[in-house]
Design a binder for this molecule. Structure first.
Ligand code: G3P
Length: 215
C-alpha cells in the first residue's frame, strides 16, 4: 500500500518526505485555502519539488470545459501532477477527456460503489472514496472501501483505489488488510501510526537498565 500525505502544508510534506514514508501527496481546495494567500500553481510546483511521486491538484470549476482548462494548466506545472476531478457528471466527462489526452486523473468525493464503477469506466487513474466523511454521517466508510476493492478485483480497469478521508490508525490498518492501493493520510495520522505506549515504556526500561549496569 502506497502512502500519500493529505495536506498542502510544505513543512508537513518536507517532514513526511524526510521520514522516507511518503509516495505522493493529495491536496484539495480546502487544504490549499488553509495555507493562506498562496498562488495555487506555484504552491503545487513547490510540492512537486519536494515529492517525486504523484501530487493531486484539484480543479474548482463545476463544468467540464472549466475542469479541462484548469486540469491541462495545472498538469503543465510538473510531470507528476495528477488532476483531481469531482465525481459529478461533468467531472466524469472531464476525466475521460483528460485521460485520453494522457493526463492522470484522481476522481474525488466518491461515496458509493456505483460512483466508483463509473470513475473506473471513465478511465480514472485513482478513485478516492472518503471513508471518514461516511463515518461522520453514521455509515461505515470501510464497508464502502471493501465493496470497491471487491468490485475492482473482478476487472482489469487499471484504476487504483485511494482510501481518503482517513482519520485514525484503524482506518489505515483496515485499508491495508483489504489491499487498498493507496492510503492518503493527514500528518497527524502518520504520527499516530508510529506511536505505541509499550514502545516508549520498553525503551525507557532498556535505557535505564543499561545505565544502571554502569556502561
Ligand atoms: O483530500 C480528501 C480527503 O482526504 C479529506 O479528508 O478529513 O477532510 O474528510 P477529510
Amino acid at each position: 500500500m502506497k502512502f500519500f500525505i493529505d495536506t498542502a502544508n510544505l513543512n508537513e510534506i518536507r517532514e513526511a518526505a524526510a521520514l522516507g514514508l511518503i509516495d505522493g501527496v493529495t491536496t484539495n481546495p480546502s487544504l490549499i485555502a488553509r495555507e493562506g494567500d498562496v498562488d495555487f500553481k506555484q504552491h503545487i510546483a513547490a510540492i512537486c519539488e519536494i515529492v517525486q511521486g504523484p501530487v493531486s491538484a484539484e480543479v474548482t470549476s463545476v463544468d467540464t470545459e472549466g475542469m479541462l482548462r484548469e486540469g491541462r494548466e495545472v498538469a503543465r506545472v510538473a510531470p507528476n501532477v495528477v488532476v483531481k476531478c469531482p465525481l459529478t457528471r461533468d467531472g466524469l466527462k472531464a476525466t475521460r477527456q483528460l485521460t485520453e489526452e494522457g493526463f492522470k486523473v484522481n476522481v474525488t468525493l466518491c461515496f458509493s460503489a456505483a460512483q466508483a464503477i463509473l470513475a473506473a469506466k471513465a478511465g480514472a487513474a485513482y478513485i478516492s472514496p472518503f471513508i471518514g466523511r461516511l463515518d461522520d454521517i453514521g455509515q461505515n466508510g470501510l464497508v464502502l472501501l471493501a465493496e470497491i476493492i471487491e468490485i475492482y478485483r473482478n476487472y482489469d480497469w487499471g484504476t487504483e483505489v485511494l482510501a481518503a478521508s482517513l482519520r485514525h490508525p484503524i482506518h489505515v490498518v483496515e485499508a491495508a488488510r483489504m489491499g487498498a492501493d493507496v492510503a492518503t493520510l493527514p500528518f497527524k495520522v502518520i504520527e499516530q501510526l508510529m506511536k505505541h505506549p509499550l514502545t516508549d515504556k520498553g525503551l525507557d526500561a532498556f535505557l535505564s537498565d543499561w545505565k544502571k549496569s554502569g556502561r
